[in-house]
Every structure is written in C-alpha cells, then in structure tokens.
Design a protein around this ligand. Structure first.
Ligand code: ZN
Length: 311
C-alpha cells in the first residue's frame, strides 16, 4: 500500500535555470535563499533581504521557544559566498523574515533596516543602536549602483501574528513573538531597470501607481487560500499595473526544512497547496505575455537581463 504524499510534486514547473540571460559585468544580480530571503548585488554593493537560514523544524516551532542557530547561519553564508554586506533589510518582522537578520547585521557590522519593530528585534539580539535603521513609507536608500525604495504594503490575509514589537525581543522566544508590524514592498532601481520584491501576497490599491518594474519577485505564500477575485487583483496591482515582463514566484517553499539540504520543497498540504497559486501565475502570465519561472537556490540571477525568449 502506498501512502499519499504529504506535499505536491512541483519538479515539472520550469525554473530560471538555463532560461535566463547571463549576467554582464555591470548587471544587478539576485541570489535566492528560499522564502523571500535573497541577496541583491551590483558593483561593489550588496544587500541581504530577509536573512532567514536557521529555518527551525516544525517540532521545534511547536515545542516552544526558538532561537537562531549561528552554525547553520554561518554554513549558509558560506554556501552563498557572502563575506561582506552593506545592510540587511527586513520586509516585515515575522520570524520567517526577521529571525536571523539581526545576527547577520551584527556579524558584518552593517545596518539592520526595516520597521521600528524590526529595530526592537535588533535590540533584543544585541545589535548596537547606530546600526538600527528604521525607514519611512516611500523612503529610498542608496547602495552604490542601486537604490531601494520602501513602500508600505499589507501582510497577506490570515496574518498568524499581527501587531507590533514594542520592546526588545530576546530569543529564544515562541515564533508568535515575531509580530508582522509594517510590511514593505521593495522597489530596486538600477541603471538597467527595476526589480519589485513583494514578499507577502497583498496590495494597497493605488499605492504602486506610476511605478514600473521589469521583474517582480512575487510572494505567493497563502495565495492558495484566497479567492480568485483576490488573486486577480493581486496580479493586477503587482504585475499588470507595473508592466512587468517577468515574474519569479517566491515564498512557496517549506521553510521548516533545512536550506542546505536543498532543493527547495514546496509547502506541505498541511500548510497550503502551492500548486493552484503557481498555476494561477502561469495562467495570468500566459494571458499577459509575462514569463513566469521559479527561482533556484544559491546561484546568482541577473533579473534585469531577462529570460531567454523562445524563438
Ligand atoms: Zn509574514
């Protein structure tokens, strides 16, 4: 007797591997590390978004307090080839975005950038005050050859831990202590184009008016639990309105499995079936002439060089 699989098989979906134009010397590159964790690099500057490598297993999450694991973080930084940074950005303060970010910022002595709640996580982890950088809605920060604008957005519906973090958060703590607080869409501008990063599947009508992007890293976590109208509005606001030509779905992987064991596994059915969300993006992409490809781990991608178009 065979047992039913606990998660879908997504290996048949096309990935960016071999389907994307290679980086040039002056390209902006993005390396992906699961969930919405990624490294943006151009020229001499590099910025880590949502440093999350410890990825506590389900039993640890349910058993009680969790804390970042420095040895896992170091092994992942090593695997990613990260030996310097200019900052660590946290798009919202849930543990699957903010968990390891303060430790990484402290390790490299670089700013931890995000909401006031993220700053309180930094305080709890012993990041010095001069490295806690809170951002205002619409604020843009420069990192050498690229600039990142922080645009407030909403967390996807069904936030497991809403609210703010009003005191230093000292780990170990239960995962709910990492409240979401303000959420940001990141607009990354470079000489060769714009990349939009939307980690959580939601939108604020009108908020991205006038903004264009070439590529969207589109968070699809929990999108499978929303109705078709919501999904279509999400696509409309993030992809069609921004005139993006390529979409790279993110935040679909099971972040309770170790990153170094890769490849990424999709969320188990117990959490969410990610297949309808990937299929939705593919259908919308087909209709709008937008290329939709899944990201691969570790290898830098030059998102602004675009996909290899089928001839
Ligand atoms: Zn979240």
């Amino acid at each position: 007797m065979t047992t039913a699989p606990d998660r879908p098989d997504i290996t048949h979906y096309a990935s960016v591997e071999g389907r994307w134009n290679p980086a040039k010397d002056d390209s902006l590159t993005v390396s992906f590390y699961g969930t919405s964790s990624m490294l943006i690099k151009a020229g001499k500057s590099s910025l880590l978004v949502d440093g999350f490598f410890s990825r506590p297993a389900a039993n640890k999450l349910l058993d009680g307090p969790i804390a970042p694991e420095p040895t896992v973080i170091d092994a992942c930084l090593d695997r990613a080839g990260i030996d310097r940074l200019d900052g660590v950005v946290v798009v919202h303060s849930h543990y699957d975005h903010a968990f390891d970010s303060p430790l990484i910022a402290r390790k490299f002595g670089v700013p931890l950038i995000g909401s006031a709640s993220t700053a309180n996580i930094g305080r709890g982890y012993g990041v010095s005050e001069d490295l806690l950088r809170t951002v205002a809605d619409g604020e843009a920060l420069s990192f050498g050859d690229f600039e990142v604008t922080f645009i407030e957005t909403l967390h996807c519906p069904g936030d497991v831990s809403p609210g703010t973090i009003d005191e230093p958060l000292v780990p170990p703590a239960t995962f709910e202590k990492w409240h979401s607080a303000e959420c940001y869409t990141l607009l990354v501008r470079h000489d060769t184009g714009c990349v939009l990063i939307q980690a959580s599947a939601n939108f604020v009508p009108g908020k991205l008016d006038g903004i264009t992007a070439d590529v969207v890293y589109l968070g699809i976590g929990m999108l499978g639990k929303q109705d078709q109208t919501f999904r279509e509005l999400y696509w409309q606001h993030l992809v069609r309105n921004t005139k993006a030509r390529s979409v790279i779905p993110v935040h679909w992987d099971d972040f309770m499995t170790p990153l170094l064991d890769g490849p990424l596994l999709p969320q188990p059915y117990l959490m969410e079936d990610v297949v309808p969300s990937i299929d939705f993006a593919l259908e919308q992409g087909k209709r709008d002439g937008v290329t939709v490809l899944l990201p691969t781990l570790w290898t830098p991608l030059a998102p602004l060089e675009g996909p290899v178009l089928d001839s």
